[in-house]
Each structure stands twice: as structure tokens, then as C-alpha cells.
Write a protein that binds this ligand. Sequence first.
Ligand SMILES: [Mg+2]
Length: 147
Amino acid sequence: MVKIPIRVLVVDDEKDFVEMLSLRLNESGQKVVQAFNGKECLDILEKDGVDVVVLDLKMPGMDGIEVLKEIKQRFPLVEVVMLTGHGTAETAVEGMKLGAYDYLLKPADFEELLGKLEAARNRKESQEERIRRAEAKLMVRRSGGLS
Ligand SMILES: [Mg+2]
């Protein structure tokens, strides 16, 4: 079976971490873009197609929760998997209430992360499919095909 790559945006202020994770994601066949702060993340989402954002919650400047709120407001179908330290697990739960798909504690297990990225991408795809079907139904109704 051909696997469709997940378009992943990795956002973390720790450069080494971003590089390492990007490398592993690339090796596993995913399509990766990188950002090192919230503003870069939002700029990329503005122009690139992204399925899932891997978002570090602890960043200087705009913190992860602020970035998450902005993502969900401007790009509601983009899924977010948060990365957080032990001390901030409550923040991650808060993030899920704000629309993030899930979270992982750092240091995250790669296979577990990959599993969550796949599940998040699947949720995005089925949501997009439901929207397409709803739009098609609306068009049929507008053209008077169904009453
Ligand atoms: Mg950080």
C-alpha cells in the first residue's frame, strides 16, 4: 500500500530538536517544514499546505498556547499535536480544550509521535471529506435537483 506523506510543520525554539525530529520524520517518508517561533509558524501556514503542526508549548515570545489559539482561529482544519515538559502537562490539557488533537511529554517517543500524527491527519482528512460532501449536497439543492 502506498502511504501518503503527512505534511508536518515542526515548531520549537530548540533548533537541535527541530533538526533531529525533521530528519527522522523525513526518513519515515513525511514532508517536513520547520519553524523556530510562533510567528514563523503562522507565516508558513499562510502559504504552505500543512496537515499537522507539532507545537512546542514553551517558547520565548509568543508561547505555544497563544500560537495554538491563533492556528485554530485562522486555520481551523489544521491539526495540532503539542509537545510539553512534565511541569506543564496541565497546559497541554488546556490546549486540547482549545482544539489541539493531542499532546506528548518530552522527550517524546518517535513511534508514538508518528502514530499521533497519522491519527491527526486522518481526522483532518475525514473532516475535509465531510465538508466536500456537505458542499456538494448544497449545490444539488441550490440547483433544484432535490427538494
Ligand atoms: Mg521550548
